[in-house]
Design a protein around this ligand. Structure first.
Ligand code: THU
Length: 525
């Protein structure tokens, strides 16, 4: 029973994207900002690979992260929650959701007034508490609806529950939702009911309700539930997708409850996706420029991780990511155009550095690939299975043969290795007129890695044959075996390629190739 637990740390970006300036952002990096606060802790996320993600070196990379990881760039032209989550789920948005700094255009308001039979007043960006103070009395007298917006893509309707019954207000919102399509497809229409009979006593009620925009095309959620599997939403995921493709959901009040519900989901028997949004990072700390609160919230999440991991089943995959940035220490309170992190962990996840990706949609592709659900999107699968990574290494070894410098023997050899921190290096053999200085392919690959500070191996593949052909095994020589042993233990998988097309290899261990090996431990005190 394969399950993916995808947790979005809302707004936890990891550094500005190349086009951040177009979005009014400079020098932003949410993760780096909070990491500078003394309350910040990252012990568990760091051991999975947080500090090994491109650009996160300032956090102190580890030698052998336990998970796979990547940095993802947003391809959509937005930096909001909706567009970020939609891209994670496979949808690319070429335009940001519309905002209305000067109020909604006449055609929108006319249609709204006609459909509801009530006038609309205000029609400006406004604070939610101020707008009822300033327009509440006029609304009470005339029955006109208070329509306002904010810096976000929202159409908000405030009405006194004594003037417009709650159900009627919700009906007006549904009406607005139908009008606000095409170029005016705002992210959310929000009902903002209040009570009281004077500006001093007006008070908003908890009956606020959001009417989200339905994603314009099927997302991975539709694909997964369409394949008969569960899509369980925790927190505001349900609203972000207007419920589309979701089979079960629960709302939460903040991070602590979101983590609790996610932990409880581990005990449910289901196949599919559990999709959680932890909103406090953004709502309570990012927008409020509260670096300390943000750092503490991350420390809380990091400390919670082992509890979750301990309960994971063998076929569970945990993915931790974000949807955009909201640097709490930059020069504005808005979201920031940032890369997002991705950490993937589980028994089926072979540690691997998947580098920097060009779209968040790689997450959708990866989730669906793991669950065995067909889904067409612009994302590329990050296949973290041992089989995929073994194949990749074997193929890379064959590929590395092409640069072999072999004017004397004509035997071309290629090697590919995966380092402890999940990076792939290749090497070829390099001969010499004096014969003796010849360097084997394995050693070329190893020395490249070691010269860049990577001194542990997870796997190595070797391929070779005369003039570029692979016609059977070409096993490492004794010297190479000894050099490999310097940087790996007896259990290191060694892939001996025996055919390139179709790809075939034997999988042995270093211990098989070099029994009773001499290793650094014999000369360590
Ligand atoms: N060779 C390797 O590259 N790796 C090995 O482990 C075995 C041998 C190369 C060295 C030389 O260039 C060619 O194969 C023929 O011996």
């Amino acid at each position: 029973m394969k399950r993916v637990f995808l947790i979005v740390l809302d707004s936890l970006g990891i550094g500005e994207e190349p086009d951040a300036l177009h979005f009014g952002d400079r020098d932003c990096n949410t993760m780096k900002r909070i990491s500078e606060h003394p309350c910040y802790r990252n012990g568990h996320t760091r051991s999975i690979g947080l500090a090994n993600i491109d650009g996160q070196e300032y956090l102190g990379p580890v030698e052998r992260p336990t998970g796979a990881f990547a940095r993802l760039r947003e391809r959509s032209m937005g930096k909001d929650t909706t567009i970020g989550h939609w891209e994670i789920a496979g949808i690319f948005s070429p335009k940001p959701l519309p905002t209305y700094p000067d109020g909604f255009p006449k055609e929108v308001l006319d249609a709204f007034e006609k459909a509801t039979g009530r006038k609309a007043i205000c029609n400006k960006p406004y604070s939610g508490t101020e707008v009822i103070k300033d327009y509440g009395m006029e609304h009470m007298k005339t029955g006109a609806l208070i329509v306002y917006t904010s810096a976000d893509s929202v159409f908000q309707i405030a009405a006194n529950e004594a003037v417009v019954p709650l159900e009627t207000l919700y009906e007006y919102c549904r009406t607005a939702r139908k009008i606000l399509t095409g170029p005016h497809a705002v992210g959310r229409v929000i009902a903002r009911p209040f009570v009281g009979d004077s500006p001093e006593t007006f008070k908003r009620t908890p009956n606020r309700h959001d009417f989200s925009l339905t994603p314009p095309a099927p997302t991975m959620l539709d694909a997964i539930s369409g394949a008969g599997k569960t899509v369980y939403s925790i927190g505001k995921i349900y609203d972000i997708f207007a419920g589309a493709g979701i089979t079960e959901y629960v709302y939460t009040h903040g991070n602590t409850e979101g983590m609790q519900k996610t932990l409880e989901a581990l005990d449910k028997d289901f196949e599919g996706l559990c999709f959680t949004n932890l909103v406090d990072f953004d709502m309570l700390y990012g927008h409020r420029q509260d670096v300390e609160g943000y750092a503490k919230a991350f420390a809380e999440f990091d400390a919670w991780l082992p509890t979750f991991i301990e309960k994971m089943r063998p076929d569970d995959v945990l993915m931790i990511t974000a949807d955009h940035g909201c640097d709490p220490g930059d020069d504005h309170t808005d979201h920031t155009r940032e890369y997002i992190p991705l950490l993937m962990y589980g028994k089926n996840v072979q540690p691997r550095n998947f580098g920097t990706r060009t779209t968040f949609a790689d997450i959708a592709a990866t989730v669906c690939n793991y669950l065995g659900v067909p889904y067409e999107c612009d994302g590329t699968v990050m296949d973290f299975s041992d089989k995929a990574i073994s194949d990749e290494l074997a193929r890379a070894a064959v590929g590395a043969m092409k640069n072999a410098y072999v004017p004397y023997s004509h035997y071309t050899v290629g090697a590919a290795l995966l380092t402890g921190d999940g990076v792939l290096y290749t090497g070829c053999n390099i001969e010499n007129a004096a014969y003796g200085p010849t360097n084997c392919a394995e050693r070329t690959a190893i020395f490249k890695a070691v010269s860049e500070g990577r001194t542990t191996l997870r796997m190595i593949a070797v391929a070779g044959g005369r003039d570029g052909a692979v016609e059977g095994l070409f096993p490492p020589c004794g010297v190479c075996r000894q050099v490999i042993r310097e940087f790996a233990d007896d259990d290191l998988p060694v892939l001996l390629v025996k055919s390139a097309e179709p790809l075939a290899y034997e999988r042995v261990t270093l211990g098989d190739l070099l029994p009773y090996s001499f290793s650094p431990k014999f000369i360590q005190k």
